[in-house]
Write a protein of this length. Structure first.
Length: 275
């Protein structure tokens, strides 16, 4: 697979996602339902049905191998590796915080007052169910299958590991373009998830990693006021940056433990042979 085709498939995925969302809206109009942002079922279905159909269409057209196999679902799931993934997930959340806070930091260092808005998330039970399904189940499974199991593996046939990881991660980052502050964090996550996949040879670890990362987002979203009061209460002082440093250490240690297992080369070879 060429770099051009990789970005083309990503663009095609985004277009398919948009078209399915429009299809969901049309379906609601067919049954005379009001098309407004207050329609929680419309919003929820667009966040769950749209990605499922979009990814499955691309899998059907471009993926000529089975999505999973017995080797990846065997009972030898390593809880030791899972522990390292949890450590990496916590560290990555701390590292990403300054990337989310760039505009706030600029304002703070200019005026001495952080530009912080009190954010309140409405905990509607219907919305929470859809959010849970989309963020913790649909996205981790489908995005890891497409960008790591499929796209990264295909790129490895033609390019070296570094180029393949960067290209697949850039493509992964692009699908988060609707939230610009998340582009760089998504790129970093994509690189780490790719390394985990290549060194374990099992997509299930990347899916778990993705689910953990999204779960932190979900928890923070539900406790936005409390979290914002805590993290911005440091006013970007040494405690704030110490947390970022701790995050760097956690990610480094966790990734070092996973990559030091000396299984990378054999697993990569096996991945290349399957695609």
């Amino acid at each position: 697979m060429s770099v051009t085709k990789a970005f083309f498939l990503t663009l095609l995925l985004m277009i398919a996602y948009l078209l399915v969302q429009l299809g969901v809206i049309a379906l609601f109009e067919l049954y005379d339902q009001p098309i407004t942002l207050s329609n929680l079922h419309l919003k929820g279905l667009s966040k769950t049905v749209a990605p499922i159909l979009s990814y499955l269409v691309l899998f059907k057209i471009f993926w000529k191998v089975k999505i999973s196999n017995k080797d990846e679902l065997r009972s030898d799931f390593s809880f030791k590796i899972l522990t390292f993934i949890i450590i990496i997930s916590i560290g990555l959340e701390l590292i990403n915080q300054p990337l989310y806070d760039i505009s706030k930091m600029v304002e703070f260092y200019k005026t001495g007052i952080p530009a912080i808005q009190n954010f309140h998330y409405s905990q509607n039970s219907i919305d929470l169910v859809y959010q849970f399904a989309a963020i913790l189940i649909v996205s981790p499974i489908l995005e890891e299958l497409f960008f790591r199991k499929f796209l990264l593996s295909k790129l490895l046939i033609k390019y070296n590991i570094s180029i393949s990881v960067i290209i697949s991660s850039l493509c992964f980052s692009l699908i988060h373009i609707e939230t610009p502050n998340n582009l760089i964090p998504s790129l970093i996550f994509g690189i780490l998830s790719s390394i985990i996949f290549l060194n374990t040879g099992k997509i299930i670890y990347s899916i778990v990693f993705h689910a953990l990362r999204n779960s932190f987002y979900f928890i923070i979203l539900l406790n936005a006021e409390i979290y914002d009061s805590w993290i911005y209460g440091f006013n970007f002082n040494y405690v704030y940056w110490s947390l970022v440093l701790i995050g760097l250490v956690l990610v480094f240690v966790g990734m070092k433990k996973i990559t030091s297992a000396n299984i990378g080369s054999s697993q990569i070879t096996g991945i290349e042979e399957k695609v």
